[in-house]
Design a protein around this ligand. Structure first.
Ligand code: NAD
Ligand code: MG
Length: 393
């Protein structure tokens, strides 16, 4: 490849965003940054603008935009500043951007990611909630526009690597029996059910193998993250729920596996470092270097596996149920979970209230299918309001 590729990073100041810019910085001749977005972390975004000189930087509101603009002007940095949801879509659709890293957390990432998909860009998808909320619509948009959808979530990136290069969304025709998602089990893998009552947000965010944003860290502790990933795998690879398995593998060395009908199992291994799947998605179909530690087999104490405990971690079961129910169930599951996790992080509810609130939302809400974006977002908003009211009660 000769021409430098332009990349927009949505959610640049988050854990995935920072790792993405790390990979970009390793390949200055190959990539340049077109736009960066953040919510309210002006300091971090300012530093990133100075380093990467994007055309555009986007923040949440006028106040943050004013601060950023002033500092950029003082530093003689020509980056333009914009704010608000519409500006996120502008960042995602700039003609200079060949690829868009979708690394906003939660359903807030859906609109800009979908906008990039409509334009047929390469989407590096970390924001799994986009697919959980709007899988059907999202995949239809990708198909219609000819966008390239490259999974960044480590499990799905591993599956993508272990599937045939010509995989066309048909498990049987490709001789595939099962997709096996590995799960670390999270920080509470060994805690008994009673002690889970009293865990704090900091306990939940203290993940054994990965350093991540707080929302996904809580999701990893409840195993909702694995549930969202089952739904994500369903849409990415056209796999029904009963062909997707989850196995707990505490060392996080095998990132996921494909079981073929002849008995072969293909796995992708590596150090638990998101810069590997990010670099794979950026470079595909080529392999580019990533600043990660080589996996040292001799330093591994062993690879172990166990079944997930659906009694202690009901969120995984709820996600499987939502996938099987179809319609808007996954969108309702996601919206309820986002509100519950936020309330837990603010210490307004207990850890075990999270699955309870999600289950209640799935029982109370209309789960019928919404085929258009606005209807889907309305269901998302209705669910949030309902769960907010339960939290406040
Ligand atoms: P994070 O909380 O560290 O970062 C989130 C980013 O999104 C920040 O830049 C923040 O400013 C921005 N943001 C937050 N709310 C926003 C809003 N309402 N509007 C616009 N921007 C907003 O999160 P993260 O850990 O980097 O995760 C990002 C996404 O990637 C999530 O969907 C997560 O599930 C997925 N993911 C993360 C990891 C990981 O290792 N961190 C692994 C796999 C998938
Ligand atoms: Mg993952």
């Amino acid at each position: 490849m000769n021409r430098s590729q332009g990349i927009t990073v949505l959610g640049a100041t988050g854990s995935i965003g920072v790792n993405t810019l790390d990979v970009v910085a390793c390949h200055p001749e190959r990539y340049h940054v077109v736009a960066l977005t953040a919510h309210r972390q002006v300091d971090k975004l300012f530093a990133q603008c100075l380093q990467f000189r994007p055309l555009l930087a986007v923040v949440a509101d006028a106040e943050a935009a004013g601060q950023l603009q002033q500092r950029l002007r003082d530093a003689a940095c020509p980056t333009e500043v914009a704010y608000g949801e519409a500006a996120l879509e502008v960042a995602a659709t700039l003609p200079e951007a060949d690829m868009v890293m979708a690394a906003i957390v939660g359903a807030a990432g859906l609109r800009p990611t979908l906008a990039a998909a409509r334009l047929g860009k390469r989407i590096l998808l970390a924001n799994k909630e986009s697919l959980v909320v709007a899988g059907e619509l999202f995949m239809r948009t990708v198909r219609d526009s000819g966008a390239e959808l490259l999974p960044v979530d480590s499990e799905h990136n591993a599956l993508f690597q272990a599937l045939p290069a010509s995989y066309d969304g048909n498990l049987d025709r490709n001789g595939i029996e099962q997709l096996i998602l590995t799960a670390s089990g999270g920080p509470f893998r060994r805690r008994d059910a009673a002690s889970l009552r009293h865990v704090t947000p900091d306990d939940a965010c203290n993940h054994p193998n990965w350093v991540m944003g707080r929302k996904i860290s809580v999701d990893s502790a409840t195993l909702m993250n694995k549930g969202l990933e089952v739904i994500e795998a369903h849409w990415l690879f056209n796999a029904p729920a009963d062909r997707i398995d989850v196995v707990v593998h505490p060392q996080s060395v095998i990132h996921s596996m494909v079981r073929y009908k002849d008995g072969s199992v293909l796995a992708q291994l590596g150090s638990p470092d998101m810069r590997t799947p990010i670099a794979y998605a950026m470079g595909w179909p080529e392999r580019i270097a990533a600043p990660v530690k080589a996996l040292d087999f001799l330093a591994l104490s062993g690879l172990t596996f166990e079944a997930p405990d659906l009694q202690r971690f009901p969120c995984l079961r709820l996600a499987f149920d939502a996938l099987r129910a179809g319609g808007a169930a996954s969108a309702v599951l996601n919206a309820a979970n986002e509100i519950a996790v936020e309330a837990f992080l603010q210490q307004r509810i207990a850890f075990l209230d999270i699955p309870d609130l999600v289950e209640r939302a799935l029982q109370m809400q209309d789960l019928s299918a919404c085929h258009e974006l606005e209807a889907l977002l309305q269901r998302d908003a209705d669910t949030r309001r309902l769960v907010q009211a339960w939290v406040a009660a």
